[in-house]
Design a protein around this ligand. Sequence first.
Ligand code: HEM
Length: 224
Amino acid sequence: MSSKSSCSFLNSVVKKQIMGVSGLLLCGFVLTHLLGNMTLFIGSDAFNKYSYALTSNPLIYFAEAGLLAIFLVHILMAIKLVIENNAARPVQYYTRKHSGRGSTFASSTMPISGVLTLIFLVIHILGLKFGTHYETEVHGVVMRDIYKTTIEYFQDPLHVLFYIIAVTSLGVHVSHGFWSAFQSLGWNHPKYMPKIKLAATAFGILVSVGFSALAVFCYFQGAK
Ligand code: HEM
């Protein structure tokens, strides 16, 4: 192997590792966000108090900046790896070819599901975080009534449908990304890989079903 090709090989390995670490961190965020949003099922006070606890903490600005940085790094590495793959280099991140098993639907659609998630995120943040601002009082504390904004948002069936499509696509994305990250980081011992793949599939289903259930719940909650 020439020094040039060995150098570019190392670069691709590092890129895949950065992709893996940032992807796992984003999976952590998605899981936390899903669990936090479950307070919607409890009721308006629980959801508003949860959101207020997060947004009134001064550390939120560091957390948001960190999250944005992780998203940007993940997207940038993805673009670089797709360009490299398209240039027919012998490095395949988005398929299982490197593990000798051929590609799956999830692995070959990673760029599409990734772009859809990005579009979803922009629409989602504009619609809720920067959506209509109501206020409410819970146990004497004035706070944003994000519950009302959220329920109102999902009164449009098209919003519910868009969410179901987007989070199903996100579920497919993470079901491949989760185990692929372990592979990229070299944590792919044959003994543990089947369990990691099972956990990845379970996580993908949890993300799709969990977020879809929240959107549908909000739709029906508004009809009350
Ligand atoms: C039905 C599903 C969802 C609901 C009800 C929901 C709810 C919310 C709400 C209410 C906010 C604003 C929080 C606030 O300002 O207090 C928010 C922000 C956010 N959501 Fe979601 N979300 C859902 C799905 C998702 C998914 C699937 C993702 C990831 C792909 C996501 C990523 C984000 C991000 C990145 C923010 C901005 C966080 C910040 O600026 O601190 N959400 N979400």
